[in-house]
Design a binder for this molecule. Structure first.
Ligand code: SAM
Length: 218
């Protein structure tokens, strides 16, 4: 459970190197895209949320470099994109090294690797253990966005988040009513994987959860 984990007193990342234009403000990322792949969500959201720092976490070195180059190229041509960056990381290994407690308002898991075989399920990015870390780094009221084209994984993510006392399912329409429509549109369609699913006319299962303050009774 979340009480038994020991967390570092402060994360070890110097964010000013990622966001030089924001260095004076001492700001930290508030949106994190876990397994950001080629960065489609990051690039879509950055100009729409210029006051939020957005970070992608990606485990593959070359893919991370690609996203970094993409951001560098964009920054060279416009004033936008100062608020977006990427870091190579295994997000399943101690996320609190990156993010302070309750510092994030949005956490994205978009088309994560399905790990179909039962013996591989422990490699899934949504699990009871990892949910404790996600709850820790998310601010109360913050949203976990999940989407997948794999029905079995959709059920898995939904079941695990439903079972967690600190996450409450929230309807897409409720989020749209709160003004989060642009985020949801990007979740559905801005990532490279999301576009691929569209080209193949695949189905997409969205499930969003709010980080609640008081434990819910299941
Ligand atoms: N979210 C992107 C999209 O929608 O296009 C990428 C989806 S792709 C199927 C999954 C991505 O998660 C891959 O780029 C993979 O390298 C990355 N990934 C897998 N495990 C990870 C981990 N433990 N930490 C960070 N990234 C991871």
């Amino acid at each position: 459970s979340d009480h038994s984990l020991v967390y570092p007193s402060s994360p070890c990342i110097d964010w000013t190197t990622h966001y030089p234009a924001f260095a004076h403000a001492g700001q930290r990322p508030s949106f994190a895209d876990i397994g950001c792949g080629f960065g489609g969500l990051l690039i879509a959201l950055a100009p729409q949320f210029p006051d939020n720092l957005i970070i992608g976490l990606e485990i593959r070195v070359q893919v991370t470099q690609y996203v970094q180059d993409r951001i560098t190229a964009l920054r060279a041509t416009t004033d936008d994109y100062q608020n977006v960056s990427v870091v190579r990381a295994n997000a399943m290994k101690f996320l609190p090294n990156f993010f302070e407690k309750a510092s994030l308002t949005a956490l994205f898991f978009l088309f994560p690797d399905p790990h179909f075989k039962t013996r591989k399920h422990k490699a899934r990015i949504i699990s009871q253990t990892l949910l404790a870390e996600y709850a820790y780094v998310l601010a109360p009221g913050g949203i976990v966005y999940t989407i997948t084209d794999v029905e079995d994984l959709a059920q898995w993510m939904r079941a695990h988040l439903d079972a967690h006392p600190l996450f409450q399912f929230v309807e897409e329409q409720e989020l749209r009513n709160e003004g989060k429509g642009p985020i949801l549109d990007a979740v559905y369609g801005a990532t490279e994987e999301g576009k691929k699913v569209e080209r193949n006319a695949g189905q997409k299962w969205l499930a969003c959860f709010r980080r609640i303050q008081v434990k819910k009774i299941n």
